[in-house]
Design a protein around this ligand. Structure first.
Ligand code: P6P
Length: 337
């Protein structure tokens, strides 16, 4: 077993920057700021049960989900951490209906930050893993004034960096700049993220499928056929296993490490499914593809979809390449082509 190198997140980021002579160091600075925000949010998430921070605020976000105080805390922590330093021209968050401009006195930068501050928050009370998801683009609008909605609605293949922080039994920071996916686990003893998953590659095929089977009777026929096929047949002597946490960051993280497939399909009740394209599916697709996997809406690459609105939803089939290709075949066959 190769000896794990003692590599902190800051050192990994700076070494990565050296590999690109054209790098200005801005993305490094952004990632370091994001890791600081991650530590602050992790601290709050991990003591949520002890501090009266639970309970509903009575407000709801754009998607109509009840908003828990930790959601707002995470949202505000990310804004405070990222709204100075002059890196961004515009931001957008699941917790805010509209795009977010930088404070008036702040220098305007060339990057765009899109994030889901605390995905899976309905699980907080049950101490189930939850996560932050982020996505970074370069602006596409001319000039150096405030960014616009157009800067936030770029296809996912144009991402510069994507990542997530999973607040689980430990806090893990995973990111990619498109070449290699790296995971860092927070050592609370000295508050540093240490390299724990070096150059993650997702298995070409797994043996786990992950979907909310409570929606079975609303599914398209092809998906029903696919799930029955996984349950009825033997792969290396056993059928697939079902695993569903109900927290996208946790389900995708497990899929990235163990292989298999995570799905949030469209169905007869919600044609576009539930998960948001801009700040959930695009960053996760960018990460999984960088690890050698595949992510589609059942037909087309998620990363090629041009977003039409900030909070739009899209069906997602993401994970090991062979598993995603197989479900696409079942869906196509059932549609007769
Ligand atoms: P369902 C959490 O609320 C979330 O947005 C994702 O993290 C998760 O994958 C999905 O919804 C779970 O939705 O309908 O299965 O409860």
């Amino acid at each position: 077993m190769a000896k794990k190198r003692f590599m902190t997140l800051p050192r990994h980021i700076l070494e990565g920057e050296k590999l690109h002579p054209e790098a200005t160091g801005e993305l490094s600075a952004i990632l370091l700021q994001l890791s600081l925000a991650a530590k602050v949010i992790s601290l709050e998430v991990n003591k949520a049960g002890l501090v009266d921070i639970l309970g509903f605020t009575g407000e709801s976000n754009k998607s109509g989900d009840e908003v828990k105080k930790l959601d707002i805390f995470a949202h505000e922590t990310l804004l405070k951490a990222m709204d100075h330093g002059g890196h961004f021209c515009v931001m957008a968050s699941e917790e805010d209906e509209d795009i977010i401009h930088l404070p008036p006195h702040q220098k305007i930068g060339k990057y765009v930050l899109l994030f889901d501050p605390l995905d899976g928050s309905s699980n907080i009370d049950a101490n189930v893993s939850i996560g932050t998801i982020f996505s970074i683009y370069k602006r596409v609008t001319p000039g150096d004034g405030p960014g616009t909605l157009e800067d936030c609605l770029q296809p996912g293949y144009k991402q510069e960096v994507a990542g997530y922080i999973l607040y689980g039994s430990s806090t893990v920071f995973v990111y990619t700049a498109g070449h290699g996916v790296y995971g860092f686990t927070l050592d609370p003893a000295f508050g540093e993220f240490l390299l724990s998953h070096d150059d993650i590659k997702i298995p070409k095929r797994g043996r786990i499928y992950s979907v909310n089977e409570g929606n079975y009777y609303s599914w398209p026929k092809g998906l029903k056929d696919y799930i029955k096929y996984l349950q009825a047949n033997k792969f290396n002597g056993k059928p697939y296993q079902a695993r569903y946490i109900g927290s996208m960051v946790a389900d995708v993280h497990r899929t990235l490490l163990y292989g298999g497939i995570f799905m949030y399909p469209g169905d007869t009740r919600n044609e576009k499914g539930k998960l948001r394209l801009v700040y959930e599916c695009n960053p996760m697709a960018f990460i999984v593809e960088a690890a050698g996997g595949r992510a589609t809406d059942g037909k087309k690459r998620i990363l090629e979809k041009v977003p039409e609105s900030l909070h739009e939803r899209i069906p997602i089939f993401i994970g090991s390449e062979e598993d995603v290709l197989l479900v696409e075949k079942f869906l196509a066959d059932a549609e007769g082509h």
